[in-house]
Design a protein around this ligand. Structure first.
Ligand code: NAD
Ligand code: ZN
Length: 269
């Protein structure tokens, strides 16, 4: 199907938008399941919480990956989605991404289903610290990390020589000395119930669901497709390659989000 068909389906409708990693690949943040994705084992929630070694490895590697994540710029897809909201055409934006790029593009109401890497939370007392502030503390504790040459991964992780990981000094919560975790839902973790309910409310207020750049392999995002299908709400999917939602879709556009979304915004706005 073409962008023309997509415009016809969405014209005059209140649109709920669900985005995934494919919306951010054109900003240089890799996805897990796209054609260019490297096979890798993502961090598991339970591992992170239970193992000090896992946390050391995560923070060492993410310390090196963070500047690139923090420096990523929104692309034309994020900007087009912000434009749809500004024109009152999008009734809700739900993202599975943890990169804050929708905010950077000017979207005002963003439901971050899986949280954001820009926030760090203490598992013991719940205190919140910004990742930028934590990065400064990490750099002070680990002056040798600066110059390492690495490749970043989708969750802000990165590949790093073993000795740098082993010598890494993990920062603790400023308030209580407790264990810090990026405020995101890792694999095996669960999205807080109130957050799911708030996202369902956004979906329920729409006439149509538009999925952008998600394989929908993760149930967390797929559940919105199931709910929309149950409500007989039309579903449109813009994604490179197949998705688990395809059998439910009224329409699929196989293309780059950074091309399709701006064309859509131009036609609708
Ligand atoms: P996914 O990796 O499972 O699927 C991404 C899909 O987008 C793939 O089908 C791929 O072919 C497609 N794609 C890639 N580039 C595209 C483009 N330019 N235009 C259109 N389609 C494109 O991603 P997911 O479904 O979001 O699930 C991954 C999970 O991992 C999420 O739960 C998310 O929390 C996390 N994650 C987040 C980020 C991020 O914040 N940017 C990145 C990777 C993973
Ligand atoms: Zn604490």
């Amino acid at each position: 199907m073409t962008t023309h068909d997509l415009v016809a389906l969405l014209q005059g409708k209140r649109i709920a938008i669900l985005t995934g990693a494919g919306c951010s690949t054109e900003s240089g943040i890799p996805d897990y399941r796209g054609p260019q994705a490297r096979p890798r084992k993502p961090i598991q929630h339970r591992d992170f919480v239970e193992s000090e070694a896992t946390r050391r490895r995560y923070w060492a590697r993410s310390a090196v990956g963070w500047p690139r994540m923090a420096g990523a710029r929104p692309n034309a897809a994020h900007r087009a989605i912000a434009e749809l909201e500004a024109r009152g055409l999008a009734s809700g934006l739900i993202t599975q991404n943890v990169d804050r790029l929708h905010h950077k593009a000017g979207s005002r109401e963003v439901l971050e289903l899986h949280g954001a890497l820009a926030d760090v939370r203490c598992l013991d007392c719940g205190a919140l610290e910004s990742r930028d502030a934590l990065q400064t503390r990490i750099a002070a504790l680990n002056p040798d990390l600066g110059a390492a040459n690495v490749t970043i991964a989708p969750d802000g992780d990165a590949d790093l020589p073993l000795e740098l990981v082993e010598n890494f000094r993990v920062p603790a919560c400023l308030a209580c000395g407790g264990v810090l975790k990026p405020d995101v839902v890792f694999f095996g973790g669960s999205v807080p119930r109130e957050r799911v309910m708030a996202a369902f409310a956004k979906l329920d207020a729409a006439d149509v669901l538009l999925v952008v750049g998600s394989s929908l392999a993760v149930f967390s995002g797929y559940r919105f497709v199931l709910r929309a299908a149950e409500m007989k709400m039309p579903i449109a999917i813009v994604n490179r390659g197949e998705t688990r939602g395809d059998p439910h879709a009224a329409l699929r556009v196989d293309g780059a989000a950074g091309e399709v979304l701006p064309a859509l915004a131009r036609a609708l706005c």
